[in-house]
Design a protein around this ligand. Structure first.
Ligand code: VGL
Ligand code: ZN
Length: 232
């Protein structure tokens, strides 16, 4: 029997009712709706590992629109940071002179804050593992495996390998961003990768469809939560 890990991505207060609530994003999806579905999943017997990822940013993080002025001296002259609104993509030249493409978001998931906590109704089984991402000031990390420029790696791949995991089942927030990047990297790293569609919510409808199509093409399998127990 292949070994299976459930990877629950970023089911944190800020994405549900905090500063980056998905309800206020273009797709108007409600992040809270995943909580019950995910609780049903975590309670299934047969997981070899359950992982919770946390977006976990320092106050001065590069992805916060409120910090854009601090990175301005390193910024490409073409970009008018004064006009940068939330969701604008800017290019920063960071200290090591590398260009970073960065989407600006409202401040969210600040380390140790309420917004960064898992939603209180999320059931966390004994023995589950937590992986934090986006912890460096000058790197953003949508994926729970690598930052967006693949400069650093988190411990997630090694944790999965040390448990002998063959298959990952990815769910959580947001479909088109952190779920998408995490599933894509999982697949690239050689894990048979499933995305649990009804246990995800996203930011933007077009991007959600785009992300799901690209995942299909890369061999990631979309699955509904009620089909999983028969696979474990
Ligand atoms: C996320 C935007 C910024 C996510 C994280 O968890 O999908 N989105 N940081
Ligand atoms: Zn973030």
């Amino acid at each position: 029997m292949p070994k299976s890990a459930l990877v629950v991505v970023d089911v944190q207060n800020d994405f549900i009712s905090g500063t980056l609530a998905l309800k206020d994003c273009p797709a108007k999806e409600d992040g809270l709706e995943v909580v019950d579905v995910i609780n049903e999943l975590t309670k299934l017997e047969g997981w070899d590992l359950v992982v919770f990822t946390l977006d976990w940013h320092p106050q001065d993080h590069i992805s916060f629109a409120t910090n854009a002025h601090k990175f301005k001296q390193h910024c490409d002259s073409k970009v008018h940071l004064e006009c940068a609104e939330v969701y604008d993509k800017v290019v920063f030249n960071v200290e090591d002179d590398q260009k970073r493409e960065q989407v600006l978001w409202p401040p969210h998931c600040v380390q140790g804050s309420w917004g960064a906590e898992l939603h209180k109704d999320v059931y966390v089984p004994a023995g589950s593992v937590t992986v934090k991402k986006g912890v460096n000031t000058s790197l953003d990390s949508y994926s729970a495996f690598f930052d967006n420029d693949k400069i650093n790696e988190t411990e997630l791949c090694q944790v999965l390998q040390s448990h002998g995991i063959d298959r990952t089942f990815i769910c959580g927030l947001a479909t088109d961003i952190c779920v998408n990047f995490t599933a894509t990297h999982s697949n690239e790293l050689g894990f048979k990768t499933y995305v649990i569609e009804d246990a995800c919510r996203g930011v933007d409808n077009h991007n959600i469809q785009c992300a799901l199509c690209k995942m299909d093409e890369s061999g990631i399998t979309r699955i509904k939560s009620d089909k999983i127990s028969s696979l474990l």
